[in-house]
Design a protein around this ligand. Structure first.
Ligand SMILES: Nc1nc2c(c(=O)[nH]1)N[C@H]1C(S)=C(S)[C@@H](COP(=O)(O)O)O[C@H]1N2
Ligand SMILES: [Mo]
Length: 306
């Protein structure tokens, strides 16, 4: 089992409130050995080549995860997404899966949840703006859904689209972005086991501000690839246009792999601010998931394919 994919819900390891208050006590006492303490009881990511191990991860609180959000359909102000999304209607909800598939189908989101039995995946999320969190998602591999619809042999990409509903999402009235939000993956990226469709976090359904009822999570890529509020998934043979690469192509590429060595034109990506921490952390190649995904990009120039 990968150290990043515990099947034990964090809620069963230790209640999150207790866990967090213990962490706060240790912090307040100036306890320096928390990393060592966690390292003693948590599995470590040490590759056979002896490459740098990912530092131990403590999930952010539900409070942090659900009150510091990027969801431009509501607002560009991270602190105001939650209140503006409070009354968003995420049921009933259907996800249409089509394009280059042998078996196109429209699913009710609750049918997907019943069919694919979401499991907990604790992942780091690294925003292109150089902040990060650790989030205990509930989700299922995107590969499982793709297998159901049977990709045609000429399908090379998977395109995703967010709901377009300006009456519920005031930010979609802004002419600055080409709505609806669109994202995409190459087929082999989409089939990687790390790529999930998340339907919950901290053991509950997704809060609206985190992309209810269903959003993509691709933890080795910058957060903007993890599209929220998905209503359509389409398999294509051409690289799909995405909202961010259309809005600002020299800043946001199609791949958007987390890479400390390739700067954003306006800032460095070498380090990041983990929400809740006082000092910056170094950013890890592929956000620390290189062992699982580096092979997907062998022979590619990652500075060019940013
Ligand atoms: N539809 C949609 N999906 C989106 C966004 C958005 O504005 N609209 N923001 C992205 C960005 S930039 C980030 S960092 C993550 C944030 O996810 P979170 O709020 O659940 O932490 O969502 C991504 N998915
Ligand atoms: Mo982001």
């Amino acid at each position: 089992m990968s150290p990043f994919q515990s099947n034990i819900p964090s809620s069963e390891i230790t209640p999150k409130e207790v866990f967090l208050s213990r962490r706060d006590v240790l912090k307040a006492a100036g306890f320096a050995g928390l990393g060592a303490l966690l390292a003693a009881c948590a599995p470590q990511a040490v590759s056979s080549s002896g490459a740098q191990a990912a530092p131990p991860d403590v999930p952010n609180s539900l409070e942090d995860i659900s009150n510091y959000n990027n969801y431009y359909e509501f607002t560009v102000d991270k602190a105001r997404v939650a209140p503006l999304a409070k009354d968003f209607t995420s049921r009933p909800w259907t996800v249409e899966v089509g394009g280059l598939v042998n078996n196109p189908k429209t699913y009710d989101v609750d049918e997907l949840i019943k069919k694919f039995q979401p499991e907990e995946r604790i992942y780091r999320l690294r925003c292109v703006e150089a902040w990060s969190m650790v989030i205990p998602w509930m989700g299922f591999p995107l590969a499982k859904l793709l297998a159901e619809v049977e990709p045609a042999s000429d399908a090379k990409y998977v395109a995703f689209e967010t709901i377009y509903d300006p009456d519920q999402m005031p930010g979609q009235k802004s002419p600055l972005f080409p709505w609806p939000y669109r994202e995409g993956l190459r087929m082999d990226e989409a089939m990687n086991d790390l790529a999930i469709l998340a339907t919950g976090l901290y053991g509950d359904l997704l809060p609206n501000q985190n992309g209810a009822p269903i959003r993509l999570v691709v933890p080795w890529k910058y957060g903007f690839k993890s599209i929220k509020g998905i209503v359509r998934i389409e398999l294509t043979n051409e690289e799909p246009a995405t909202l961010w690469s259309s809005a600002s192509p020299n800043e946001y590429g199609f791949y958007a792999n987390v890479n400390p060595n390739v700067s954003h034109p306006r800032w460095s990506q070498a380090s990041e601010r983990r929400i809740g921490e006082l000092t910056r952390r170094p950013t890890l190649m592929f956000n620390g998931y290189a062992e699982q995904v580096a092979h997907l990009y062998e022979g590619m120039d990652l500075a060019k394919n940013y």
